[in-house]
Design a protein around this ligand. Sequence first.
Ligand SMILES: *Cc1c(COP(=O)(O)O)cnc(C)c1O
Length: 402
Amino acid sequence: MSIATPKKKAAATRSVRAGLESDAQHGSVVPPIYLSTNFAFEKYGKPRKYDYTRSGNPTRDQLAGALADLEDGAGAVVTCTGLSAITVILATLPGGARVIAPHDCYGGTYRLLAALHAQGKLVVDFVDQGDAAALHKSLEAGAALVWIETPSNPLLRVVDIRAIADAGHAVKGLVVVDNTFLSPIWQQPLALGADMVMHSTTKYLNGHSDVVGGAVVSASKELHDNLAWWANAIGVTGAPFDSFMTLRGVRTLHARMRVHAENTALIVDFLSKQPAVARIHYPGLPDHPGHDIARRQQQSFGAMLSFELAGGEPAVEAFLAGLECFTLAESLGGVESLISHPTSMTHAGMEEAARLRAGIGVGLLRVSVGIEDPADLLADLAAGLERAARAAPAPHLRRHAS
Ligand SMILES: *Cc1c(COP(=O)(O)O)cnc(C)c1O
């Protein structure tokens, strides 16, 4: 085999090296942070590349370059939160535009879209996009934008990006995918036909639960330029320090995702053998309704899962009390393992009937698997399940554990 230099280096190499050796002044290996809000003109009438940090900043541009590269897009807009990335996309739409969004999209996305709909600024139809007939019926009324989120929270439902993108394009809609749950390492929506990819970089891309941020990567330069104009006009561009931190996170993305995936496989295998666990929602399981699509369009089944404790609320309470390696908290995608209880946390605002219709029972727990030593994670879960079994009434347990 020849050892000719490949034309393009692998994504892992490119993300480690993003922005390295770019400092012409001192030759710092890691790029400096440009915190400055403003940049001097060279002379009268002659601005430099940057003039004001809201509009443009070298540190933020380095992160944008790395993200556009990872998603293989024409450009990335870096924003101060994931929600502001969504806001920028929606700001490009004309008043009264019709938006089709998933019925089970991220809660903050749902709240924003529902509020803009209530104000009459957009017409939003929340649809179960896994139901082809329902989606096509909604598309008959046209769509300026089709919003896709896959896998979804907390049941990890998976939808077919290619099929929905084609259907959206057939009615001349733009198609955007919220790719937060998988990161560009495990899913590349632009290659599947999407026009834009949105991220909450708060999650896997930064990966250390210490920066809130967002990004939109566009397939075309025209879309990107328009989004960049709006991000500056609204004033939601990301801070230089946050951008520096997030780029630092991106350097270890590949290595982190590898361990996230290894640990998740072990945990899913362990949980699937436990009588106290009534059900596991994970696209990697052959009986998960989205398994075949996930196989096709993802490079990994991900590091998010949810499972139902057979013993209901008493089991949940006992399970959570005494966990040592899973922090009871919202959010996801950090190096640390997190566990959340949708009924009392993320989905507490939802009415009980709606929650149950959505498949979110009181025994449901969602896990963001971290990169700790898997033996510690498994031992912690095993101890929790023992507590749950002791706390839950035995007949109840037996009835549901088959
Ligand atoms: C967290 C999250 C968001 C919102 O991002 P913020 O950074 O919290 O503003 C949007 N979509 C998904 C899937 C998320 O997990």
